[in-house]
Design a protein around this ligand. Structure first.
Ligand SMILES: *Cc1c(COP(=O)(O)O)cnc(C)c1O
Length: 369
């Protein structure tokens, strides 16, 4: 494939334009009376919901119009991520379900990491493309798949994996996709806010922004609000506005929540974010030291193996006042049941010590093993 993704998408957009079918988001000018909203009872501006900005957005942005705050968030996200543009969705799940079927079609091939999140699997299935799953982070296998497939190939991976907290080898994956002329979508759900000097994620930290076609993420994790996004070129975003069904046919994210997202991006990319990232890093190192694990992320799987052992461990912790979820099949493989401990900057060092002291014996990482 000697086509860049932008060239491929631009051709489709130009064809739409030629048929007067190209869409774009229009701002509703202030003072207009909106007859395009589905806010039938007018509740979205009820003072008990939210005094400053409406909670409800009324309809899809292409129908009811875009609010200034949506554009503000997209500009803030693009600037933070270092991309030309960004597009927000109601959730990260909706971003994946919108983007993958818009981008990949029947006849294309999606090469998916074995441990990819459900939203990436579902988006890939919905696209109708041929799905080839490669073993988790297995670059040799991935290269073999790239060598023996033709047509448009999409590599789809997370940068920090949601259940194991480990990293994808992004630099190596980027080199492979360039060698074989494939395109890359990276889900930064668990990296956004945490890595790089401004917390933009692992793509930015690795200096790969210009080389990753599609960045996906959520504002429901480190940003502490809710909503999903896609970041990338202007052409990519224009294309998704016209083709991502979860964007076109779903009510726009709540303006009030979107305003909170703008505030969260500012906080996380600024000094407050730097301070909280440093504190979180200290907590991760402390937990590693106490357990003998070596996690680089705040997601720390404590493996119990058998499903009943993980459930019993979760119950024991609950009796002692700790809320830690047991994760079992099908979220993780059979026999790999675990507690999924996640650390936050809001924990204290004493709380982390107490948790480790309360952990029932587990398979991996016990101090001294
Ligand atoms: C949570 C998560 C999502 C979905 O984000 P939501 O905003 O919660 O829908 C996508 N990908 C990964 C890897 C996730 O962990």
């Amino acid at each position: 494939m000697d086509l860049t993704l932008d060239q491929h998408l631009q051709a489709w957009l130009l064809a739409q334009e030629a048929q007067q079918l190209r869409r774009s988001c229009r701002l509703v000018p202030e003072g207009f009376i909106n007859f395009a909203s589905n806010d039938y009872l007018g509740l979205s501006t009820h003072p008990q919901l939210r005094p400053e900005l409406p909670v409800g957005s009324g309809a899809s942005r292409l129908v009811s119009g875009t609010c200034a705050v949506h554009v503000e968030l997209e500009e803030a996200l693009a600037q933070w991520k270092g991309t030309a543009a960004a597009l927000t969705f109601a959730t990260g799940y909706a971003a994946a379900l919108g983007a993958l079927p818009a981008l990949a079609q029947k006849g294309d091939t999606i090469l998916l990491d074995k441990r990819a999140h459900a939203c990436l699997i579902d988006g890939a299935k919905l696209s109708g493309a041929t799905i080839r799953v490669y073993p988790h982070n297995d670059l040799n296998y991935l290269e073999k798949l790239l060598a023996k497939t033709t047509g448009k190939r999409w590599i789809v991976t997370e940068s920090v994996f949601s259940m194991d907290g480990d990293f994808a080898p992004l630099t190596e994956i980027v080199a492979l996709k360039e060698k074989y002329g494939a395109w890359l979508l990276v889900d930064e759900a668990h990296a956004t806010g945490l890595y790089g000097s401004q917390g933009s994620g692992r793509i930015g930290e690795a200096g790969l922004t210009e080389r990753v076609e599609v960045q996906l993420g959520t504002m429901s994790k480190a940003l502490g609000v809710s909503g999903g996004y896609i970041a990338g070129s202007r052409t990519l975003i224009d294309y998704l506005m016209n083709r991502a069904r979860s964007f076109i046919y779903s009510t726009a994210p709540s303006p009030a929540v979107t305003a909170d997202c703008v505030a969260a991006v500012k906080l996380v990319s600024g000094e407050e974010g730097t301070r909280r990232r440093a504190l979180l890093r200290k907590h991760i190192l402390a937990l590693n030291a106490l357990t003998g694990l070596s996690s680089s992320s705040p997601i720390i799987p404590i493996i119990y193996g058998r499903e009943e052992n993980a459930l019993a461990a979760a119950a024991t912790l609950q009796e002692r006042g700790f809320w830690v979820p047991a994760i079992r099949y099908p979220t993780v493989a059979r026999g790999k049941a675990r507690l999924r401990v996640t650390l936050t900057a809001a924990h204290s060092a004493a709380q982390i010590e107490a948790l480790v002291a309360a952990l029932p014996p587990h398979e991996a990482g016990r101090k001294g093993e």
